[in-house]
Design a binder for this molecule. Structure first.
Ligand SMILES: [Zn+2]
Length: 395
């Protein structure tokens, strides 16, 4: 379980297969984001139809509302959201560090203000792991200190060191929970949901590499992460947080030869089409982002010719599909003229149809990249894709 097999490479780009308790994920793969235990406007059947193999859910949001104990009582996160395929939960750090409102970082953890009821709560590395264990996703993430984009060396160093100290605590707690489960005895610590209540078959914990835009910090962080244990995957956090794209691409390029070849590499929070292609070129395997659904709800659609704003008047009498190359329900059923009408009339169906298409677009993009890697033709494919995508679209 948690085996990652690389089946083909083309330059640094890799096509592989990640085996998880709830199924297999072909990589490169895009993970739709189910913030509140739902990918906004899409049902699990929609997600299956667009070919999603791994879905991300946000620990912070589910902890604040409805609370992990409620999710556990209703059978765990897979059952709760009726998704029986692989799930990944983030640790909540990104939300705690990016939401507005009160926040205080201490060595023990972070005290913050709930965006739902304004109440003060504390998230520690141990609690973040326990919450994720109770939710029961296939992959849990370590709780990290996220430095703001553009952080200077001292700030990034402080966040990196704390992230590594927290990683040790996360790994220890996760090991305790795994051991107590296999031993079949309830956990005696201040943790109200017994491991046996958790539907988790098996869960793995992935570390997150921080270090801001400073390569020496990233390289040191990577070395120390690999010294801390044997992992089944590795996440790269703290990129795509406001720095110029070039900085992210250069960082990925510089990190690539240093990354262990046999672990899946997950670039967190990146999901614009051109970024996916650029990151796969630099050896990344997994991505998540709210962009496809957020943009879809705003009437912006990804197409092979660049983004299209469906609200534009030019689509009023357009009988063509949104994306003639796409096989999704939206593109095989409706005209651009009808989709524009839905947005102008503020009909809910429009939000669902564009979200559905955008997620399908990124999942198809990942599949096309896999095919090009398997054909050992990725550099040429990527150049051709970029030429077409960056020609001026209609928005
Ligand atoms: Zn489509």
């Amino acid at each position: 379980m948690f085996d990652f097999t690389i089946e083909a490479t083309s330059g640094p780009a890799r096509a592989g297969r990640l085996a998880l308790p709830h199924g297999t994920v072909e990589t490169p793969a895009f993970l739709p984001v189910g913030t509140q235990g739902t990918v906004r406007a899409l049902s699990p059947r929609d997600l299956q139809a667009v070919g999603a193999e791994l879905v991300l859910a946000n620990t912070y949001h589910l902890h604040v509302r409805p609370g992990e104990a409620v999710v556990a009582k209703l059978g765990g996160l897979h059952r709760f959201m009726a998704w029986d395929r692989p799930l990944l939960t983030d640790a909540g750090g990104f939300q705690v560090f990016s939401l507005d409102g009160f926040r205080e970082v201490r060595e023990d953890g972070v005290e913050f203000q709930s965006h739902v009821d304004g109440g003060r709560r504390t998230l520690t590395p141990e609690r973040a792991v326990e919450i994720q264990w109770t939710l029961g996703a296939d992959i849990a993430m370590a709780f990290d200190h996220v430095a703001p984009g553009g952080a200077d060396v001292a700030t990034a160093r402080d966040a990196l060191d704390r992230t590594l100290r927290w990683l040790e605590r996360c790994a220890r707690r996760h090991r305790e929970l795994s051991d107590s489960r296999t031993a079949g005895r309830p956990d005696g610590k201040a943790f109200t949901v017994r491991p046996s209540d958790s539907p988790t078959v098996r869960q793995t914990l992935w570390p997150i590499l921080q270090g801001g835009a400073h390569l020496d910090l990233r390289a040191e962080g990577l070395r120390r992460i690999l010294e801390l244990g044997s992992w089944t995957g590795l996440a790269i956090g703290g990129l795509s947080v406001g720095e110029p794209k070039r900085v992210m691409y250069d960082m990925l390029e510089a990190l690539e030869p240093r990354l262990p070849g046999d672990l899946p590499r997950y670039l967190m929070g990146v999901g614009f089409p051109a970024d996916l292609v650029a990151a796969v070129e630099r050896g990344v395997d997994l991505f998540d982002c709210v962009a496809p659904t957020r943009h879809g709800r705003n009437g912006s659609a990804f197409t092979p010719d660049g983004p299209v704003n469906i609200r534009n008047a030019e689509h009023r009498e357009d009988p063509r599909p949104l994306d003639a190359t796409c096989d999704c329900e939206t593109c095989t059923t409706f005209s651009r003229g009808y989709l524009r009408h839905l947005f102008v009339a503020e009909e809910l169906l429009g939000l669902r149809l564009l979200s559905l298409h955008n997620v399908r677009f990124l999942i198809r993009l990942a599949a096309e990249m896999r095919a090009a890697i398997r054909a050992r033709d990725f550099p040429r494919w990527a150049d051709a894709w970029r030429r077409r995508y960056t020609q001026t679209g209609s928005a």
